[in-house]
Design a protein around this ligand. Structure first.
Ligand code: FAD
Length: 486
């Protein structure tokens, strides 16, 4: 096996990939001031794998693949999922409160594909499972960095893929040859695509017979011919270039791209679904189940930082024992601990897929956790802002603290409770400010939409909940049945 080291990962990104940033083609993502920050963050996974302090968490031994990244350990019992939850929670904390997606999302997709491909093969006599397994082995043994492009640009949301006025609104097969398929279309919001080695592409929704060409799943290298990635402007990194205090913006960001497939060739051994429309929905649901489980874990990690910021500011401001401040902090604690509870319960109540022996997090509990995370994040920020006070918006910059003319005033007037340090207080306020401002648009949107919109979780929860026991109880309580059946 080859556990990458940081240098090998960095060198692997210099491969001619087509990435754009603010209207410019990026010649090398590693050296780019803003995308380079996303590279730095991703490379932490490789750094931790070598670090004696973290190695036992980040690296494990698998009987089939040897020594691999723990992100690529296939869950074969509920405890594996619990450890996966901890891995994602802890690496989010180790990344200064920023989720490290680079092997998490790809493994979520591959677990889903391993299960779905076995089912498709057993029903249709196709040969997808072997291809997924072969790709999984390659990824795990080479310790690769992955992105997943599931969300299509989608055009008119009410129309199905085949009904769109422009047929390219969902990624689809435009040609089949003896060697493979050619695909066209675009996916949105692909996190870390520009800094990944491979992009896994999945269908975003269930399909009908008319949508058969849109029922497509595959993997391609990030430098595949015809693949183009347009990165979002990285506000947090841009802000950090002018702010020595804002280390997260320089070292712990992730980038998202519009990912364009301009007639990209995919060889058959990397195609995992090609036209079997009846199974697009299975993949579209299996992947989010794993990925929402991942989401609960990283969001608990982010919430942990918000608790820390809030509690420190309460102490520094001298209002730590005031009842409404207590309430603010407890609301953030409640958010975090509800996420942790749903994550562990989803692992504890996970089910084994009988055909592959792979464990799947409990779908209902996972979606409950995801909904709690979606619906309450902005309230959690409201509580943090209430504790922080207005300086979370109006704080002077770190540069003002460097100027001796200003520093003496700032050190005098920005002190909080007696005995506290104005610089410490200002730095905690500065981090709080970045969460609300340069990270604000990202977090506000990501916490509602990433890993699927609120409505997607509601639909999934309403559909997959097992109502039998509850209905039985209602019959029994109403006197219609004499005893409980369940
Ligand atoms: C920071 C971030 C990172 C992300 N990372 C990834 C990633 O790595 N890979 C990936 O594949 N995706 C990623 N996503 C995409 C994410 O899963 C989507 O944003 C989410 O599924 C919503 O899709 P959308 O953005 O197209 O919004 P829309 O689907 O347009 O949703 C907007 C609203 O319209 C509603 N709506 C949409 N269609 C219908 C309909 N037919 N009927 C009724 N209501 C409808 C939705 O419920 C929602 O309320 C990321 C998103 C964010 C914000």
């Amino acid at each position: 096996m080859t556990i990458y080291d940081v240098d090998r990962y960095l060198n692997s990104l210099d491969d001619g990939r087509a990435v754009y940033y603010r209207g410019q083609k990026v010649s090398n993502v590693v050296n780019h001031p803003e995308i380079g920050a996303a590279v730095k963050h991703a490379s932490l996974v490789y750094k931790w794998q070598k670090d004696p302090k973290y190695r036992s968490m980040l690296v494990c031994r698998d009987k089939d693949y040897g020594e691999i990244s723990t992100f690529y350990r296939i869950p074969k019992k509920p405890e594996d999922l619990m450890e996966r939850f901890d891995l994602i929670y802890k690496t989010t904390r180790m990344g200064r409160g920023t989720f490290n997606i680079i092997q998490a999302i790809g493994s979520d997709a591959l677990f889903a594909l391993l299960i779905a491909s076995r089912e498709i093969d057993s029903k249709l006599g196709t040969a997808y499972h072997d291809r997924v397994e072969k790709f999984f082995r390659y990824v795990a043994e080479e310790d690769l960095a992955l992105a997943v492009a599931q969300t299509d640009v989608k055009g008119d949301r009410i129309l199905r893929p085949s009904e769109q006025s422009d047929p390219d609104m969902y990624v689809h097969i435009v040609k089949r040859t003896n060697e493979g398929i050619i695909v066209r279309g675009a996916k949105a919001h692909t996190t870390q695509g520009p800094v990944a080695n491979e992009i896994i592409v999945l269908p975003t929704r269930a399909m009908t017979k008319d949508d058969a060409d849109y029922a497509v799943a595959f993997a391609i290298p990030a430098n595949a011919k015809g693949l183009k990635m347009i990165s979002k402007p990285e506000k947090a990194s841009e802000a950090a270039l002018n702010d020595p205090w804002f280390i997260v913006g320089r070292e712990n960001v992730e980038t998202e791209s519009i990912t364009i497939f301009d007639d990209v060739f995919v060889p058959w051994d990397r195609v995992f679904l090609a036209g079997e429309w009846q199974y697009a929905g299975l993949i579209a649901v299996m992947f989010p189940t794993y990925h929402r489980f991942t989401a609960i874990a990283y969001r608990a990690g982010i919430a942990d930082m918000l608790i820390g910021l809030g509690k420190l500011l309460a102490e520094l401001n001298g209002v730590d024992d005031k009842s409404h401040i207590r309430r603010d902090i407890v609301e953030i604690i409640k958010y975090k601990e509800l996420l942790r509870s749903t994550g562990y319960l989803a692992a504890h109540e996970s089910k084994m897929d009988p055909a592959t022996s792979i464990y799947v997090p409990n779908r209902v509990i996972t979606n409950v956790g995801k909904l709690i995370a979606n619906e309450n994040y902005l309230d959690v920020v409201k509580h943090l802002v209430d504790v922080a006070g207005g300086l979370a918006a109006t704080l002077p910059s770190s540069k003002d603290f460097e100027n001796p003319d200003e520093r003496k005033y700032l050190e005098k007037y920005l002190v909080g409770k007696k005995g506290t340090d104005a610089i410490v207080r200002s730095r905690i306020l500065s981090m709080t400010k970045e969460i609300i401002s340069s990270f604000g648009a990202l977090f506000a949107t990501a916490m509602i939409h990433a890993e699927g919109s609120i409505e997607a979780s509601i639909l999934e929860l309403y559909r997959s909940y097992d109502y039998d026991g509850s209905k039985d109880l209602a019959f029994y309580a109403s006197g219609i049945r004499d005893e409980l059946r369940e």
